[in-house]
Write a protein that binds this ligand. Structure first.
Ligand code: PEP
Ligand code: MG
Length: 577
């Protein structure tokens, strides 16, 4: 490629593939503070009524859109969140107080309250929660639209192969967009869990988010390339660059086709060993979608997301419906439900955790559950009740010693007895497993194996705690290395001990999805991998083309190497053969 100027913008890749097309720049909503103050209690009352009506009309509008969308689960979920936000008592109270105490008009009060909520969400330093800022903005925009009697925004007319360029994409924009015409997304803001990212992944549309203000220079109709493989946006490419990407796009499509063909093929090695490939999920929609990628169930349900996007703890009934919904979507396939894993990087806005100097080493996950038995028991009761609707298993996160398991088992027994006393049915012999993500657990896997039905290796935290490297700290990210021989030895020990004690061992950390690691892990004896569903075909493709004998040789060779760089190089070379 020798085009002199390549106008390249870097961002975060969130959905793979190459898209080439014309830009469509989404405009920003231009809601502005008027600054007009109210003149006495009569106007205050009028503004409150205006605001209340705008909220009611907004909810009705969302309900109406929902009724037309029954088949599209992602959109439905987006709209359910929006209804929850429109009904949010805190937002309502804040707006009403601003109107009645500060004499601000309804329009200004909504703008200010929404902006304040967005700032709080963005400052929480949590990728998932800051992505929810778009939901709050969207709910606010909808109320403002009704307050100001603005015309409804119609469905945009898009041309084929449109690349959507936006600051961020709000849920409403996603829903009114003619997505069949969209071939790529590029946004200034947003992370891996933004709406643009979720929709793009769900639809298989290449997307790059978090590109920053460099995108602002793009005009509608500019020729754009979205490189979802490398997280790059190329603006107005010359012929040579364009041809290069057309070739890349065709290669990607060929590969996708091949991987799609693998969907219904079993993951069996060339010497006949069957490997189980499961999906990491957060809700029922993920469970359903995972089957299209060939998943055989769920190896990790991160239940904390059910607790995150809301203003109070979900009660037993809500949780029961949630787990039941997933069990039903799993259609008899196993679902490993991880109990609440909050604290550390995952905070709940309504659960005031004390300030800690080292939150990753502090009050989190099973430690909270054993302390706050009310929270733990509610969750266990809901999972147990849902267990009659499918093959649910319970998994405890962040186990560091055997006493935690014993205590959790006693609590589980208490909950079972309480349900029995109430004549509520549940799966009596529901399996109980633990995540191995703390080095002490990995080293004492032989002891822990006697207490549980299965292990699942959480390499994300295991790597963080083994290497003393904060998994979110950019400054030390070069040290965060799952191929470090120290981490690999721990993984090997867990797999060996699981086998020796006849319990199932899976892996649900990111390493399970890393194709450089697949043969090594097979060689170590791992037979169950759980990952984000879209990675399953890639891992399966490798498994199908290798034998356990070859994998064992690779494993042996790797264990003789003394550093991650050499190990990665060797594994990448092995994959090419
Ligand atoms: C892990 O730690 O590897 C894991 C799967 O859990 P999480 O990423 O949710 O901490
Ligand atoms: Mg973890």
């Amino acid at each position: 490629m020798s085009d002199a100027v390549i106008n390249k913008i870097n961002g975060t890749k969130v959905s793979p593939g190459i898209a080439i097309g014309k830009a469509y720049v989404l405009g920003k909503s231009n809601q502005q503070i008027t600054g007009t103050l109210l003149n006495g209690p009569v106007e205050v009352q009028q503004e409150i009524v205006k605001f209340e009506n705008a909220v009611i009309n907004s909810i009705e509008e969302v309900e109406m859109i929902k009724s037309t969308l029954s088949a599209n689960t992602v959109s439905l979920e987006i709209l359910n969140v929006q209804i929850e936000l429109l009904q949010d008592e805190q937002i309502k109270t804040d707006v009403m107080e601003m109107i009645s105490l500060q004499y601000k008009n309804a329009n200004d009060s909504v703008i200010e309250v929404v902006e304040a909520s967005i700032t709080i969400l963005k400052n929480l330093n949590d990728d998932y929660l800051s992505a929810r800022a778009a939901d709050v903005q969207d709910a606010g925009n909808r109320i403002l639209k009704h307050l100001n009697n603005d015309k409804p925004t119609g469905c945009q007319v898009l041309e084929e192969d449109t690349i959507i360029i936006a600051e961020d994409i709000t849920p409403s924009e996603v829903i009114i967009m003619d997505i069949s015409k969209v071939s790529g997304f590029a946004t200034q803001a947003g992370g891996k869990t933004s709406h643009a990212a979720i929709v793009a992944k769900y639809r298989g549309i290449p997307a790059v988010v978090g590109c920053g203000t460099a995108l602002a220079g793009i005009q509608t109709n500019d020729l754009i390339i979205v490189d979802g493989e490398n997280g790059e946006i190329i603006v107005s490419p010359g012929t040579e660059v364009l041809n290069h990407y057309i070739e890349k796009k065709n290669d990607f499509l060929k590969q996708t086709l091949l991987l799609n063909e693998l969907k219904d093929v079993k993951a069996i090695t060339t010497d006949g060993v069957a490997i189980t490939l499961l999906a990491n999920i957060s809700n029922a929609a993920d469970m359903e979608a995972s089957f299209a990628f060939g998943s055989e169930g769920c190896g990790l349900l991160r239940t904390e997301l059910l607790f995150m996007n809301r203003t109070s703890f979900p009660n037993e009934e809500e949780q029961f419906e949630f787990y039941k919904g997933i069990a039903l979507k799993a259609k008899g396939k196993p679902v490993i439900v991880r109990t609440l894993d909050i604290g550390g990087d995952k905070q709940l806005p309504y659960f005031d955790l004390p300030y800690e100097q080292n939150p990753f080493l502090g009050y989190r996950a099973i430690r909270i559950c054993l302390d706050r038995k009310d929270i733990f028991k509610t969750q266990l009761a809901a999972i147990l009740r849902a267990s009659v609707f499918g093959d649910l298993k319970i998994m405890l996160p962040m186990i560091s010693n055997i006493l935690e398991i014993r205590e959790a088992k006693m609590i589980l027994q208490e909950v079972k007895s309480a349900l029995t006393a109430l004549q509520i049915k549940f799966q009596e012999d529901i399996q109980l497993g633990i995540m191995i993500e703390i080095p002490s657990a990995a080293v004492t896997a032989d002891l822990l194996a006697k207490e549980v039905d299965f292990f699942s290796i959480g390499t994300n935290d295991l790597c963080q705690y083994t290497l003393a490297v904060d998994r979110l700290n950019e400054q030390v990210k070069h040290l965060y290395e799952p191929f470090n021989p120290g981490v690999l030895r721990l993984i090997q020990n867990v797999i060996e001990q699981g086998k020796k004690h006849n319990i199932n061992t899976g892996m649900c950390g990111e390493l399970a999805a890393d194709v450089s690691a697949t043969l090594l892990l097979l060689g170590m004896g791992l037979r169950e991998f759980s990952m984000s569903a879209t990675s399953i075909p890639y891992v399966k493709n490798l498994i199908k083309n290798t034998s356990i004998t070859e994998a064992k040789e690779i494993h042996q060779h790797v264990m003789g190497l003394d550093n991650a760089e050499a190990i990665i190089h060797y594994l990448q070379e092995s994959n090419k053969q």
